[in-house]
Design a protein around this ligand. Structure first.
Ligand SMILES: *Cc1c(COP(=O)(O)O)cnc(C)c1O
Length: 390
């Protein structure tokens, strides 16, 4: 079996976790701080807050930006449901902006068209959440300029994208956004088992994010509404959550940060080899925008209409039957029954629909071998009806 993605855990990673298990702190402590510093230094962002998942990170990012009932949040339909659910957790409404047909990221052109209409209707979004699909940055300069014009905030869902760059700056620098979110789920570029992080350059947002991840509690007198009753004192000043990361997880993340650049460069070598092996007229290979250096979380091919008569579904089934655990990232969010019930119409998202009918994520992870890649490529190219060779 070859999965589409998996973690790479070294002996150093294991030792780092064991060290924490023998230390005084298991939950959020000094190693969480060190991990946050490693990521914020890497990304050149001022503040970083580790949490227990990217889903939690997206939730508190929305809350910190004041998203609430009656507000509107827009994201890409081609994403994991968490990018949209975060707005619903806050009582806001969600809508989707169709993707670019070439990069598969939220289209800046569709965004502008939708904003023009929304302004006329008096229903502009409070927050837009572009998702850097497969690790490739969205066109953040354009999205940011629209944010200035139409006065919305921006959360980058960079769950796929740590280690990537946009215009030669690390994704996570928040140069074009209020907050950037990373995921450290095991299939992502680096892992903490479960985990996520919020980065920001805004000192006010930093205070909110820090408070919201731990019950809305403050411990520093400067943040309290009155002088402390005594040395035991702390205050809950808003409704927060227990979204903290443990030091055990952070030790793994901190250790993995040492190999982040290697992970991403190996992914680039794997992509280059796939580009050569899969150079066929019926396969559309992933396109890279010249302003971006992708984290390459995913390698997504599209099955075009072809004279061989191989359909998207047939190729998918053929690969799964060969033990290659391909996937489809993603089912458009509006197609899930929970969202369908909100009245979304698929004809409003023609590029997402066309993508959904053609896309397949083939195996992409740092420990994928050359012979695995050859096996995957052969399985893709082998004509239908010859599967019995396997
Ligand atoms: C994985 C992922 C998330 C959620 O990450 P968790 O850490 O599993 O909560 C959110 N958005 C995108 C685009 C993802 O791929």
């Amino acid at each position: 079996m070859i999965p589409y993605g998996r973690q790479d855990i070294s002996q150093e990673d294991i030792n780092a976790v064991i060290d924490v298990l023998k230390s005084d702190y298991l939950t959020q402590g000094p190693v969480v701080l060190a991990f946050e510093k490693a990521v914020s230094d890497y990304c050149e962002a001022k503040h970083a807050f580790a949490v227990n998942s990217a889903t939690s990170a997206l939730h508190i990012a929305c809350l910190a930006l004041g998203v609430g009932k009656g507000d509107l949040v827009w994201t890409s339909p081609i994403t994991f449901v968490a990018s949209a659910n975060c707005a619903l957790y806050c009582g806001a409404d969600v809508d989707f902006v169709d993707i670019d047909p070439v990069s598969y990221n939220m289209s800046a052109i569709s965004l502008e068209e939708k904003l023009v209409k929304a302004e006329k209707a008096g229903r502009l979004p409070k927050v837009v959440i572009p998702v850097h699909l497969a690790g490739q940055s969205c066109e953040m300069d354009k999205i940011h300029a629209l944010g200035q014009k139409y006065e919305f905030h921006i959360i980058e869902d960079a769950s796929h994208a740590i280690g990537g760059k946009y215009k030669n700056k690390a994704i996570g620098s928040c140069q074009y956004s209020d907050i950037t979110v990373f995921s450290f789920h095991p299939v992502k570029i680096i892992t903490t088992g479960e985990g996520g992080m919020c980065l920001t350059n805004d000192p006010q947002l930093a205070i909110s994010l820090n408070r919201l991840r731990s019950h809305g509690i403050v411990r520093h007198p400067s943040e309290m509404t009155k002088l402390p009753d005594g040395p035991w004192y702390y205050q809950q000043i808003e409704l927060g959550y227990n979204y903290r990361m443990t030091d055990i997880q952070a030790a793994l993340g901190l250790s993995q940060m040492n190999r982040l650049d290697d992970f991403v460069s190996v992914r680039h070598s794997i992509a280059k080899r796939y580009n050569e092996l899969l150079n066929e007229d019926w396969i559309e290979l992933p396109w890279q925008h010249p302003d971006t250096y992708s984290g390459l979380h995913l390698y997504i091919i599209r099955v075009k209409k072809n004279t061989k008569g191989i359909t998207h579904l047939q190729l998918f089934e053929k690969l799964r039957n060969a033990g290659i655990l391909v996937n489809l990232h993603y089912i458009p969010v509006y197609r899930h029954p929970y969202y369908e019930a909100k009245g979304f119409e698929k004809q409003d998202f023609p590029n997402a629909e066309s993508y959904y009918s053609e896309a397949i994520s083939i195996p992409m992870f740092a420990t994928l071998t050359e012979s695995d890649q050859q096996f995957v490529a052969d399985a893709i190219k082998k004509p239908i009806g010859h599967q019995n060779i396997f």
